[in-house]
Design a binder for this molecule. Sequence first.
Ligand SMILES: Cc1cc2nc3c(=O)[nH]c(=O)nc-3n(C[C@H](O)[C@H](O)[C@H](O)COP(=O)(O)OP(=O)(O)OC[C@H]3O[C@@H](n4cnc5c(N)ncnc54)[C@H](O)[C@@H]3O)c2cc1C
Length: 383
Amino acid sequence: MNAASPDICVVGGGIIGLATACELAGRGLRVTVVEAASIGERAAAGVAAGMIGPVSEVDVSHPDLTRFALASHRDYPAWIEQIEAVSHIRTGFDRTGTLWVAVHRDHVAWLEHLRAFQIDRGLNTIRLTAGEVRAREPLIAPNTSGGLLASDDWQVDPRRLLGALIEVLAQYHGTLLQQVSVERVERCDEGWAVVAGGERGRTRIEARSVLLAPGAYGTGLLEPLLRDTGLRPVKGQVARLRGEIDVHHVIRTPDVYLVPRADGEVVIGATVEEMGFDGRVTAGAVHDLLREARRALPGIAELELVEVRAGFRPVLRDHLPAVGRIDEGLFIAVGHYRNGVALAPITARLLADLICEGVADQILAPFNPLRFAQPLVANAVPT
Ligand SMILES: Cc1cc2nc3c(=O)[nH]c(=O)nc-3n(C[C@H](O)[C@H](O)[C@H](O)COP(=O)(O)OP(=O)(O)OC[C@H]3O[C@@H](n4cnc5c(N)ncnc54)[C@H](O)[C@@H]3O)c2cc1C
């Protein structure tokens, strides 16, 4: 290790890696981020809708995850304020809220089921009649039979957020290496060495600490460190429309969501597919998304279809993230599945506390990466 060595090397420039890198650099650490592609090219946040929806996601979240998501939600406004102040980039953070609408007969029962979950976990939504739905969003389909308002479920534009985080990292004198693919981490004299290859040849970065944040692509890196994590990609296809439409809430039905942005983009998503790293977008999926979106908001038919893309949500065997320490100086943050954008601030802050001060907040206990067995072979991590 020499004077130019970073204090920490972060492997993976997705939302989790970048958010944590910025937090650490803001606390004065010398940080290097190593990303195998360009930022946003492989990262799920380059595709994600950017909903920050602990209330809407409650029925598909373990109670520990809901608690974590609510803590992240509390951090969000101040976190965004700081990022925008340092980067001078607007992130599209919007607190208008989320409107669930029933446009099929079976949606009504489904929304009751969702509301029961919300009440059970002490979360707040308001039941709306059809008239109340249309009073809030007049362009919702006239046949709606009512809905729920989750006014605390917000949104941010993940692409803008990634751009802003790159700028924050630069302002905090962090280093970002793109098109550099990490092959392995190994112990070195005073910490860990990250060994990588890329267009510019082989790279070896030594640092006191390493954070692995490789998203769904991390199987090869994780295998020597943790067993049976079941890390895999869950494919999601998303359509992006553009044009003028007077809609302000995130609109959700049990079949689709529509996320309108102030700049005229409307994100429509998303499929949930177990297809491995199959990046194709398919006619059937796009047809289904647009059909269901149009049922909720007929006016989208007039918008321009500008992009259809697939991304990969990183998920672990038990559907909970792994955030914590694997070994002295070796940390991991992976498996944020459907909620990585929403969970970025809390993950970054609590990991930085752990890395800088050695203190693990109790809220992280269910996400301890050591719930997955470590390899039995003592020297499985190359020395
Ligand atoms: C369709 C879709 C919709 C979504 N909608 C939402 C939403 O509304 N709200 C929400 O909160 N979340 C949403 N998500 C989930 C969210 O996007 C993810 O949970 C989150 O982006 C995961 O971030 P990450 O940084 O852990 O992983 P990733 O985004 O996968 O980033 C990991 C990065 O590490 C890099 N990398 C991997 N291995 C290496 C290596 N060996 N060397 C160097 N670099 C490496 C990869 O290239 C990648 O850029 C959505 C996801 C999808 C696909």
